[in-house]
Design a protein around this ligand. Structure first.
Ligand code: PMP
Length: 359
C-alpha cells in the first residue's frame, strides 16, 4: 500500500477472481464459463467495417441492444440497463441503493463480490447464515434491514429459490430493493421476471458471461422499474457513460437475435450436468441440487484442498473456496462431455492414489 492510498480503503479486501491461465493447457472448469463459443452469427457481427469505426465512441445509451433485450423479454427499453459485466451493475446498485441509513443483507455464503462492494462503499452488511441444507434462509433475510441481495440460483451452492420465496422477500418491505442476481438462471431455474410488473422494488441482474458464452466480452444487463433503472443510469453516467465498447454492443445484439443457439447450449449443459451428477455419485461424491452450469461437490474420503490440488496437478482446474463450512467442497463448472471425461479420469486416478482423509 502506498502512503497515498486513502485510509477509507485501508482494510478493504479486494475480490479474488478465479485463476485465468493464459496458456490453454488446463481443462478449465473453474470460472463457470460456457464451454461453447458464441454462435457463428454472433461472431460475424464484428465485421471489418465495424472494426474500422473504433475511432468513434460507442452509443452511450446502448439503445439498440436495450431494445433488443426488452423485446426478447417482453419489457420496455426503460426497464433495461447495460453494463460492463454484471459485476459493474452490482457495483452501481450497491452505490445507488445503500448508504449509512440503508444497510445491505445477503447470505453468508454467496457470490464473493457482495461483501467486497459492501466494504468498498462503507456499508453495514448483515451476512445471513445458510440453513443446514445450504439453502438460503429466507425468513432471516426478510427480517434483516436494508437492501436484500441474493444470487438465484445461489453461488457456489447452485441451489435455487422458488418464486414464492422471492415474492415473500419482495413483500417483506416494499420500501427496500430486493436485488436478484440471475447470473445462472438460464440453466434451469425460475426467473423473477414475472414479478417485475407487480413489484417496483425488484432489480434483476443478468449476464452474457455464462449462458451466452461471452465472459470475455464483459456484458451484463439488468431489469427493473423505469425509476430504478434511471437511478442506475445516473450512477453509470457519473462514472463511465461509455462503459460498453462498440464491439460488445454489436455482439450482444447479434446474440439476442440468435437466442435459439444459446438456449440449445443451455439444454446441452443441463444434460451434461445430469450425467456428471450420476458419475460423480458413483465415485462417492455428495452434492447440492444444482440448476446451474456448475456442481458443488464433496468427497467423504478426500479434503477439498487435496482434491483441488490433485486435479490441478492432473491438468484440471476447478474452484476451491478455503472458507468455513465449504472448505471440503469443490465447485466444478459443467464443461463439454469430453472435458467431463477428462475430469472423471483425473478424479479416478486421484482416488486410487490418495490416502483417505485424516490418515
Ligand atoms: N453474479 C454471480 C453470482 C457470479 O457468479 C458472477 C460470475 N463471477 C457474476 C455475477 C459476474 O459476472 P460478470 O461480471 O461476468 O457478468
Amino acid at each position: 500500500m502506498s502512503r497515498f492510498f486513502s485510509s477509507r480503503f485501508a482494510s478493504l479486501e479486494a475480490y479474488t477472481p478465479g485463476e485465468q491461465p493464459q496458456d490453454q493447457s488446463y481443462t478449465k472448469l473453474n470460472t463457470n464459463e460456457s464451454p461453447y463459443p458464441p454462435s457463428p452469427a454472433t461472431v460475424a457481427a464484428v465485421t471489418e467495417t465495424e472494426l474500422n469505426k473504433l475511432n468513434l465512441y460507442s452509443d452511450p445509451t446502448g439503445r439498440r441492444l436495450r431494445e433488443a433485450l426488452a423485446e426478447l423479454y417482453g419489457l420496455q427499453r426503460e426497464n433495461v440497463i447495460l453494463a460492463n459485466g454484471s459485476d459493474e451493475i452490482l457495483s452501481f446498485a450497491f452505490m445507488a441503493f445503500a448508504d449509512k441509513e440503508t444497510p445491505v443483507a445477503f447470505p453468508a455464503i454467496s457470490y464473493g463480490f457482495y461483501p467486497v462492494y459492501a466494504d468498498l462503499y462503507g456499508l453495514e452488511a448483515t451476512k445471513v447464515p445458510l440453513l443446514p441444507d445450504f439453502s438460503v434462509d429466507v425468513e432471516a433475510l426478510a427480517a434483516a434491514k436494508g437492501m436484500i441481495v441474493i444470487a438465484n440460483p445461489n453461488a457456489p451452492t447452485g441451489i435455487a429459490l422458488s418464486l414464492d420465496k422471492i415474492e415473500y422477500l419482495l413483500k417483506s418491505d416494499r420500501d427496500r430493493i430486493v436485488l436478484v442476481d440471475e447470473a445462472y438462471v438460464d440453466f434451469g431455474a425460475e426467473s423473477a421476471l414475472p414479478l417485475l410488473q407487480k413489484y417496483d422494488n425488484l432489480l434483476i441482474i443478468r449476464t452474457y458471461s455464462k449462458s451466452r458464452s461471452m465472459a470475455g466480452a464483459r456484458l451484463g444487463f439488468a431489469f427493473g422499474s423505469p425509476e430504478i433503472i434511471a437511478d442506475l443510469e445516473t450512477i453509470r453516467y457519473s462514472t463511465n457513460p461509455y462503459n460498453l465498447d462498440r464491439l460488445a454492443l454489436l455482439l450482444g445484439e447479434a446474440a439476442v437475435k440468435d437466442d435459439g443457439y444459446y438456449k440449445r447450449n443451455c439444454e446441452k449443459i443441463a444434460a451434461t450436468r445430469a450425467a456428471a451428477e450420476k458419475r460423480l455419485k458413483e465415485m462417492g461424491f455428495t452434492m447440492t441440487p444444482s440448476t446451474t452450469n456448475f456442481l458443488f461437490v464433496k468427497h467423504p474420503a478426500v479434503s477439498g484442498e487435496t482434491l483441488y490440488l490433485g486435479l490441478k496437478e492432473r491438468g484440471v482446474l476447478v474452484r476451491h473456496f478455503n472458507k468455513p463450512l465449504i472448505q471440503d467442497y469443490l465447485r466444478i463448472t459443467v464443461g463439454t462431455p469430453e472435458q467431463m471425461e477428462t475430469l472423471f479420469a483425473a478424479i479416478a486416478d486421484m482416488l486410487s492414489k490418495t490416502a483417505p482423509k485424516g490418515v
